[in-house]
Design a protein around this ligand. Structure first.
Ligand SMILES: Cc1cc2nc3c(=O)[nH]c(=O)nc-3n(C[C@H](O)[C@H](O)[C@H](O)COP(=O)(O)O)c2cc1C
Ligand code: SF4
Length: 518
């Protein structure tokens, strides 16, 4: 049997040097006259071990990482094609603690299969969900998704089945499925990783959504900063169309569904669903007032399902194994699994898919391994740039939508950014206002004007100018933004600001007091 070598072509792995490693392995094979098949897979998401190269042996796959081009000669010398020992030897990938502790439902194939091999996808359980769906009535598919408890993974956590039901129940000559792959939150990369590592699961999820709601056309809106995801998705759509997974008769059924990939021009606010729709229609990416809901009047005024990549990519497993199977994972009203993306100043950065319910402390200290700098963890921002900063005293908060909301925080798209004790929370609060000012679409006053005033007022607090008065003004301003903004960009910017003030008041002492205290 010709040996198989798996080298990730995922953007994260490429950024860490995977292409150079691939070239060095190809060269070495040639020079030694050894025949081997190189598969460019996605990443398994343990980025602290990338580039992670795997070889298929008679005893299963053996991983090595992080591999540098300079390791390649010695890897061959140690017989790595047969899983031989080496300083980069990691053993069976599914026994590496970071991977072994995960529950992979949505990401089960990511990093395992050749992303563009439909045969490989099928042999690892792919298309079973769609196969079941084409034999079902639309209302029954919607019921199954509703019963699974799946909630939108884009940030708002809205129940996916309820959204689909609204579209199903709205009569129209044309309906659409729009996949939100704008993924603008800091520390997030789950959407990118799955589009590059297992694109057919998203295509399958979108086709199921189409059949469930009566939509025959889908669009994936991907941020322009994701060229590899765009290329992989375009190739996968062409393969799926040729194989009859997409087209006039999905898997030979009477259901039609086809889709296109569209590239955004790069604005955080274009991740907000109505702004995204405007952008898709070729207009400026500005937020639309709701109602009407996109489910009733969305893309080109037609009923539209807008879902995040992970929401849609989680549907195939639900349709394959059933609502009860998926619902069995998780806690409270947060059912199933969630791909937590651990980033920032952290030792073991990467994607960790697990059932809801781990505490923040377990995620940061045990799975993330604490900070990369080795200094104490000071704060963790959960849920992207609009998420609250959590201090260590809140590390017992379980990863659950309601538990985070009860602590004035949010899960968002499940990205977490770790900061050590050198972080200045006043600067972080100011940065939140600055981010909002830069990214605001400008449609409503609390966000457009409030964010700039917020920066000015925080600068005055920092400089010790009428500190008490200006400090009170920050709270007042945050309330105006929170309750008066049209969308969550202005409405949630107060979360990082107010959580910094609440949990780290010592960082908000005016400059002279801070100097005196130090
Ligand atoms: C400023 C802003 C940015 C957003 N960015 C994204 C994004 O990048 N990806 C995403 O899926 N949802 C994003 N959302 C949430 C979407 O508006 C919407 O709730 C989501 O796409 C719905 O899909 P879901 O129900 O599957 O989560 C954003 C919301 C706001 C207010
Ligand atoms: S809150 Fe900001 S981004 Fe949202 S509509 Fe208002 S101005 Fe636009």
């Amino acid at each position: 049997m010709i040996p198989r070598i798996y080298i990730p072509a995922d953007s994260g792995a490429l950024a860490l040097g995977a292409e150079k490693v691939a070239k060095a392995i190809e060269k070495e094979l040639k020079e030694r006259g050894v025949e081997a098949k190189i598969v460019r897979n996605g990443s398994r998401g343990a980025y602290f071990l990338e580039p992670m190269v795997e070889v298929a042996t008679a005893e299963g796959r053996v991983a090595y990482g992080p591999v540098k081009p300079s390791d390649v000669k010695s890897l061959f010398d140690s017989g790595f094609l047969k899983g031989g020992p080496h300083k980069r030897w990691l053993g069976a990938p599914d026994k590496i603690p970071f991977l072994a502790k995960q529950t992979r439902l949505t990401f089960a194939r990511c990093g395992v299969i050749d992303p563009l091999s439909l045969d490989s996808y099928k042999s690892h359980g792919g298309l079973s969900g769609l196969q079941n769906a084409v034999a079902m009535a639309p209302a029954d598919i919607v019921k199954q998704v509703t019963e699974s408890g799946l909630r939108g993974r884009g940030g708002a956590g809205f129940p996916t089945g309820i959204k689909w039901k609204t579209v199903l129940d709205t009569k129209s000559d044309q309906k659409y499925i729009v996949c939100n792959a704008d993924e603008g939150d800091s520390a997030t990369f789950a959407d990118r990783m799955i589009m590059e590592g297992d694109p057919f699961v998203l295509i399958e999820g979108m086709a199921i959504a189409g059949i469930a709601t009566g939509a025959t056309k889908g669009f994936v809106y991907i941020r322009s900063e994701y060229p590899h995801a765009v290329a992989t998705m375009n190739k996968a759509v062409a393969i799926a169309r040729k194989a009859g997974v997409l087209g006039a008769n999905v898997l030979g059924s009477p259901n039609a569904f086809d889709m296109e990939i569209r590239v955004g021009a790069g604005a955080y606010v274009c991740g907000e669903e109505t702004s995204l729709l405007n952008s898709l229609e070729g207009k400026r990416g500005v937020v639309r007032a709701k109602p009407p809901l996109p489910a009733i009047q969305g893309l080109f005024g037609k009923p539209t399902v807008i879902n995040n990549v992970i929401s849609l990519a989680s549907v195939p497993i639900i349709m394959d194994k059933g609502a009860a199977y998926y619902k069995d994972f998780g806690m409270g009203r947060s059912r199933g699994t969630i791909p937590i993306q651990i980033a920032g100043n952290v030792k073991h950065g990467g994607l960790f898919e697990t059932a809801f319910g781990l505490t923040l402390g377990e995620i940061v200290d045990e799975i993330g391994g604490g900070t990369a700098s080795g200094r104490p963890v000071k704060a963790v921002q959960v849920g992207g740039p609009l998420g609250a900063y959590f201090p260590r005293t809140l590390f017992d908060t379980p990863f659950d939508y309601e538990a985070f909301a009860a602590k004035d925080g949010l899960i968002g798209h499940a990205g977490i950014t770790v900061f050590d004790d050198t972080a200045d929370m006043m600067k972080q609060a100011r940065f939140a206002m600055e981010f909002c000012a830069i990214e605001s679409c400008g449609k409503c006053t609390p966000c457009r004007i409030g964010s700039t005033r917020g920066m000015e007022v925080l600068d005055k607090v920092a400089a010790g100018i009428e500190a008490e008065k200006n400090f009170a003004l920050v709270t007042d301003l945050c309330n105006t933004m929170k309750f008066g903004s049209l969308c969550a960009l202005g409405g949630f910017t107060p979360y990082p600001v107010m959580s910094s003030i609440t949990h780290f008041p010592e960082d908000f002492k005016p400059a002279p007091a801070r100097v005196a205290a130090e």
